[in-house]
Ligand binder design. Structure first.
Ligand SMILES: [Zn+2]
Length: 233
């Protein structure tokens, strides 16, 4: 593997999932592939997209793709800032790209609501763009032969959602709702501690082998982590 950035390395979670720990202020960025289709979950601030993309290319993760869906777990700039850049890079390769999010997050992205997105805190202006696939709690996002369940988990923001994928490992992509050892802050616009408490309770219903958060290390002890985090609320 060519070393393009010393802190950047792929963490492979079988089958077909690649985790990149976000560089700098970026969220983590995930790629889940099924055949000629893939979903990218969150895109960071946009400042490091070229590095993530060249790593995917050099490691063969995105060769032969025909269609990519970019799913955002919530409205914050450090998760959506790279959306348009990553779409552009895939389109240069001839790959069709669609955006997907819970409908509440989609509306904020389409209207570029800075009060929620907090792009100004990063010294940037998020331009807004269409979100073609608008999802509700209980909907499935279909990628090749995989089906990812949308679990609406408000609290960090009103549109925050997790994605659940069953397979060889049961994965839950948790955005900023749940981290390894803590939970997402609830004091930002559209956040709510009461809603977050309910959302974390709901996450207890799922059997999960790997929790894949928006920042930091992955979670291997799903129930124990939820129990510890619940005690902090
Ligand atoms: Zn956030």
């Amino acid at each position: 593997m060519e070393v393009i950035y010393p802190d950047l390395y792929p963490i492979e979670i079988p089958p077909n999932t690649v985790m990149l720990r976000g560089l700098g202020l970026d969220s983590n960025v995930y790629l889940v592939r099924s055949g000629k289709e893939a979903v990218v979950i969150d895109t960071g601030t946009g400042g490091n997209i070229e590095r993530y993309f060249s790593l995917w290319l050099s490691e063969g993760y995105i060769n032969g793709l025909k269609r990519v869906v970019i799913f955002n777990t919530h409205e914050h700039f450090d998760h959506i800032g790279g959306n348009l850049r990553i779409k552009g890079l895939f389109e240069k390769m001839g790959v069709d790209v669609l955006f997907a999010a819970h409908r509440t997050t989609a509306e904020v992205i389409e209207k570029a609501k800075g009060r929620i997105i907090l792009d100004y805190a990063y010294g940037r202006k998020f331009p807004g763009h269409e979100v073609e696939i608008q999802l509700e709690d209980g909907d499935y996002l279909k990628i090749g032969r995989k089906k990812l369940l949308v679990v609406h988990t408000p609290g960090h923001t009103a549109g925050s959602s997790c994605l659940y994928l069953e397979g060889e490992n049961r994965l839950m992509f948790t955005g900023d709702t749940l981290f390894n050892g803590t939970f997402g802050r609830t004091d930002l616009p559209s956040g709510s501690p009461e809603e977050l408490r309910e959302s974390l309770k709901r996450l207890e219903e799922f059997e999960v082998d790997f929790g894949l958060p928006g920042h930091g290390r992955y979670i291997e002890d799903w129930r124990e982590n939820l129990r510890r985090v619940g005690g902090l609320l």
